[in-house]
Design a protein around this ligand. Structure first.
Ligand code: FAD
Length: 471
């Protein structure tokens, strides 16, 4: 029998404790707002539990494996047979996750944020039911919806067979398969493809589109395809998976079609990495009159993250604007500024996007394809890592940086890096683009030597006299 609900009145109610919700909660508390945060699962959301952090922990393990395999090149002879202990890899990932979750827990306590465990559903625009160990009817002055995203359902026959995993299953799997077929060559698919390959698994990636990672320019796609193939990953683009079946011996058979006809791939496991969609499950947003976007996917918001209902905001993946943890967090602080009537608003011109493949990929601002489509007068400067001293010491000389300049304003409007340290280097480019720096301002900045960051300096020279270390 349902417990009777306890009535509660709060100042700010945040639903969902992912990087959107919990960061908004801390920021609001620091600004003097009394916050109640509702979470039905673990603090940290997708990002901390089954997303950013777990994948990066596995990326690191796989990179260590890769380094050990090439250690003799660095003059280090290990002498013993290399063994991959998948249980320890997953244990290490879980320990990092637990440490970060307890860190968030501590921050909630220190900032006097009330955390209620339970499933939230709107009863009306002003009242939310939260059902967990206790049952509350909470009314709030302001409400932020930060319920994130969920794995999209895929309509492929055989997709429910036991050897088919999604990214969440893969991050918990303590048995390393001998072979895997990954359906989807997007961010999650490609990150996991490199992880598995570096751990010694035979990997096939089947991608429907004509190229991998369609969110980056085609030259970057080509470069990562080349690196993937060099690492031994089999890439099948322009290929549509039509069914998954179980072979008599128990393995998976993935059938895909391309312009040549039908092909079969046999592997121990299959990983579906096709996409995520806004999570509105059980939230009953219609009872609050919250408008969804045209395709009914995601909550519509303005630049202050306000929905059509004045005191209700939405942030993060549930808005379906950009599925990135740092965007969710920034949207969270923006929503709080909106509630406090402070100016601001979200701008998306300088949002960094990182893909943890090998080499890493990172981009910010406009893509070259977008500049072309907009008919912009622009120039591109491209410099490779091959002549960068630090990259050579790391034995990672592949890849390049590409800067895009608006010829009218002389400002840098886009940048992409595929190469060592791309995930860190992108922060300098983000600062440059967010602050409208010109090529000359970057040229006149001193970059430390020897660092991979010197490629940014070189690329700035590339627009005029040419990169100094390239003929
Ligand atoms: P979420 O993190 O999804 O959090 C939403 C929270 O709301 C969840 O904890 C959920 O339990 C809770 N919730 C939902 N409904 C209710 C309800 N009705 N009542 C109470 N609680 C509810 N992004 C990056 O920027 N970098 C990366 O490297 C990266 N890697 C990723 C790798 C993988 C495998 C995946 C799946 C995602 C990755 N992402 C990455 C994306 C990133 O995880 C998301 O963009 C981010 O978590 C979105 O944050 P959010 O706060 O909007 O939602």
């Amino acid at each position: 029998m349902d417990q009777p609900a306890m009535a509660k009145k709060v100042e700010l109610l945040i639903i969902g404790a992912g990087p959107g919700g919990y960061v908004a909660a801390i920021y609001a508390a620091k600004k003097g707002i009394k916050v109640t945060l509702v979470e039905k699962e673990e603090l940290g959301g997708t990002c901390l539990n089954v997303g950013c952090i777990p994948t990066k922990s596995l990326v690191k393990s796989s990179e260590v494996c890769h380094y050990v395999k090439q250690s003799s090149l660095f003059g280090i002879h290990t002498g013993t047979d290399l063994q991959v202990d998948m249980k320890q890899i997953i244990r290490r990932k879980d320990e990092i996750k637990e440490k970060l979750i307890s860190g968030i827990d501590y921050l909630m306590e220190k900032n006097n944020i009330e955390v209620i465990r339970g499933q939230a559903s709107f009863l009306s625009a002003h009242e939310v039911s939260v059902k967990g160990q206790n049952h509350y009817h909470i009314s709030a002055n302001d409400i932020i919806v930060a319920t994130g995203s969920k794995i999209s359902k895929v309509n492929i026959p055989g997709i429910d067979l036991p050897f088919v995993m999604n990214s969440t299953d893969a991050l918990a799997c303590t048995e390393l398969p001998k072979s895997i077929t990954i359906i989807g060559g997007g961010v999650i698919g490609m990150e996991l493809a490199f992880i598995y390959r570096y751990l010694g698994v035979e990997v096939h990636v089947v991608e429907f589109m004509s190229r991998l990672l369609t969110m980056v320019d085609s030259d970057i796609s080509e470069e990562i395809k080349h690196s993937a193939e060099q690492a031994g990953i089999h890439i099948h683009t322009n290929s549509k998976v039509v069914k998954v079946q179980r072979a008599d011996e128990g393995q998976a058979i993935v059938t895909y079609e391309d312009s040549q006809g039908e092909h079969l791939l046999v592997s121990e496991k299959v990983l579906v990495a096709i996409g995520r969609e806004p999570n509105l499950d059980g939230l009953e947003v219609e009872r609050a009159g919250i408008q969804l976007n045209e395709r009914g996917r995601g909550i519509t918001v303005n630049e202050h993250m306000r929905t059509n209902v004045d005191h209700i905001y939405a942030i993060g993946d549930v808005t379906n604007i950009m599925q990135l943890a740092h965007v969710a967090s920034h949207q969270g602080t923006t929503a709080i500024d909106g509630i406090l009537g402070e100016s601001g608003g979200m701008h998306y011109t300088a949002i960094p996007n990182v893909i943890f493949t090998s080499p890493e990929i990172a981009s910010v601002g406009l893509l070259e394809d977008e500049c072309k489509q907009q008919g912009m007068d622009y120039s591109v400067s491209k410099v490779s890592f091959a002549s960068n001293g630090k990259a050579l010491t790391m034995n990672e000389p592949e890849g390049f940086i590409k800067l895009i300049k608006d010829n009218r304003s002389q400002r840098i409007v886009g940048g992409a890096i595929i190469g060592p340290d791309a995930s860190s280097l992108i922060s300098s480019l983000t600062l440059a683009i967010a602050n409208g720096l010109t090529e000359k301002q970057i040229m006149h900045t001193v970059f430390a030597h020897p660092t991979t960051g010197e490629v940014i300096h070189e690329a700035a020279f590339g627009f005029s006299i040419g990169a100094l270390h390239q003929a």
